[in-house]
Design a protein around this ligand. Sequence first.
Ligand code: HEM
Ligand code: HEM
Length: 360
Amino acid sequence: MTSLALTVRETLRYRGAIGQWSWVLHRLTGVGVVLFLALHVIDTSWAVFYPDLYVKAIAAYQSPLFTIGEFGLVFAVVYHAFNGIRIAIFDWKPELWRHQAQAAVAVLVLTLLVLAPVFLGMLSHVIDFYFTEAAIAGDKMLDVVVFSIIEQLPFIAGFVGVLAAAIVLAAVYSLISGAGPASAPKASPVERFWWSFMRVSGILILPLVFGHLALMHVVQGVFDITAAQTVAGTMASNGSIGVVPSAVEFVYHRWSYAAGGVFFWRVYDLFLLVLVTLHGFNGLRYVLTDYTSFSPFARRTAVALCTVTAAVLLAVGAAALFVPLEKDIIDEAMAATAEIYELRGEELPAALEAFLDQDL
Ligand code: HEM
Ligand code: HEM
């Protein structure tokens, strides 16, 4: 903790100009996106394993607080991506370093230029949702968010379990290898591999993440994941299996879509999952080990925490992508959708009411 406080103080004091601030912003945006990713992979897997929780999680995402977060997330990904490309190019051609101040400004300008139309596209979905679907009243939204979060609290136990596993692993490792320096030497072959991996994976991730965000924010939009329309990137319509459209059916159609016998979106999501998790958690390891230099044990716990979390996310995320999809997840989604209608104080659509009556 001492070293984190020291970093914050020195960052504010040090007059490193734009290069220093782009380093800070790269770090903050990278860590912000990693934290989002941890929640996102777990809750996306619920579409298959706990469909009712997925419906509620998406309902919470469609609330004003998360809408603000959504704009922040898109900014973070776009800035981090362009700045990451700058870092990779400069590392590859060190003679360009003398232009680094101009390049840092260019990254900011490029980010704003790309974000202007993207934010307009996102805003049009937001306006449609809040102004044309007037029934979705603001005060009820808070009930939906609180209810959804309370239902998902048991999963916090999972995060506590991961932290406990990291502490145990660090303790066992310290017993075996003694209390020497906890980090691998920076010039080791393993560290050199990760250094190159960060650059190569960053470049490979870029089209995958941008494609994913374009579909989820501009083409379909977070609010239209639950709307009766064609599911982005497929031929199917949301609501064609269930009696009303739902977030679970949206994922069902995307993961069932096959082109030439290949489940295109499952393969796409698998590449995205593997690259982004390894890149993000190795990046988080760099950040956490920088701030735990005061104790070899804390450093080892930080490394173990990143490793165990990445392993859990890869296992859960891949499991969701590989299990065969059963249609009964959509029945479960219908029941949860009815709960959301009730929480919002909205009348149930007749088809949904009939579906629930027949189920009783
Ligand atoms: C709020 C913004 C986002 C929304 C609404 C969103 C939505 C979704 C949805 C609906 C899926 C289900 C599968 C599909 O339809 O392809 C999914 C999967 C996935 N998303 Fe996102 N996404 C967002 C941002 C991101 C970002 C920024 C990343 C990367 C850092 C990301 C990484 C992934 C991964 C790895 C999967 C596959 C998960 C698994 O294997 O279980 N998403 N996303
Ligand atoms: C979209 C394309 C991306 C590119 C081009 C990119 C590029 C980079 C580069 C070049 C680095 C510096 C590595 C080093 O210092 O050795 C880095 C660090 C990092 N990246 Fe990314 N990245 C991308 C996406 C992501 C995503 C989606 C996440 C989160 C899941 C992420 C999280 C991080 C973190 C946490 C760091 C460490 C930051 C630090 O040490 O200050 N990156 N990235």
